[in-house]
Design a protein around this ligand. Structure first.
Ligand code: FES
Length: 247
């Protein structure tokens, strides 16, 4: 492990806080936030970071790598200051996501999972972010930029390239850097967690319509759910008979 003494001391102090969130004897449960912590320092899940986690949580390196390579939020090579993800899943794609991707990729000069030479921007095509009501969507360090167009996305890229702040549609007023957001995902809040709206009008529309019409969710009839119906009784009988014959 080759962290400087200062970095190592900081990592150890942060790791102790993360582990303390879990019951005694369950430190392995801290793996996911620990991976975010490493990304907040190295910008990806580095070999150094894997060594640190292995020693701290007493886990085999292979187990840590297996988890880190399963989730797309964990990166296998250094990530730029701004991870720009363009949703090209079905709905966003037909609403303009494919065109946004082409323009943004051309502007930055890299493809998916690649980083600009100055280390400012990593681009990736992303799958649905459950924000289809605001399609097409672009995520920057996992903050939402809703209802994008090629023009608005290019403007945001130009702002990043020029070192200007960028402003998500929801969430924090100013988008944090990749490493800053990774620290938040490790569970160390930055004081911006309550800024901006989290759900917008399109997300809440169904709820408003239901409230206006006095619609409520159906209440389950537990007794009816538990009592077997004639049909299920008949089908159970039939399968039992088949089972007996088969023997
Ligand atoms: S398809 Fe893009 S957010 Fe759902």
């Amino acid at each position: 492990m080759s962290y400087t003494p200062d970095t190592l001391a900081r990592l150890q102090a942060d790791a102790a806080q993360i582990i303390a969130r879990y019951p005694d004897g369950h430190s392995r449960s801290a793996l996911l936030p620990m991976l975010h912590l490493i990304q907040s320092v190295d910008g990806y899940v580095s070999p150094n970071g894997i060594d640190f986690i292995a020693a701290t949580l007493d886990l085999p390196r292979a187990e840590i790598s297996a988890v880190a390579t399963f989730y797309t939020q964990y990166k296998r090579h250094p990530t730029g200051d701004y991870l720009v993800g363009v949703c090209t899943n079905a709905l966003c794609a037909v609403m303009g996501g494919d065109e946004i991707w082409e323009k943004v990729s051309e502007k930055v000069g890299v493809g998916s999972d690649e980083t600009s030479e100055d280390g400012k921007i990593t681009l990736e095509r992303i799958e649905c972010n459950a924000a289809c009501d605001y399609a097409p969507v672009v995520m920057v360090n996992w903050e939402f930029f809703d209802n994008q167009s090629p023009e608005s996305a290019l403007e945001m890229i130009e702002d990043i390239q020029a070192g200007r702040d960028i402003h998500p549609t929801r969430g924090p007023i100013v988008a944090p850097t990749f490493k800053e957001n990774e620290r938040v995902l490790a569970g160390f809040l930055d004081g911006h967690e309550n800024e901006g709206p989290s759900a917008g009008p399109a997300t809440l529309l169904g709820r408003e319509i239901a409230a206006k019409n006095g619609w409520t969710e159906p209440v389950a009839d537990k007794a009816a759910d538990q009592a077997p119906t004639k049909a299920t009784k008949a089908s159970t009988k039939a399968s039992n008979k088949k089972g007996v014959k088969a023997k």
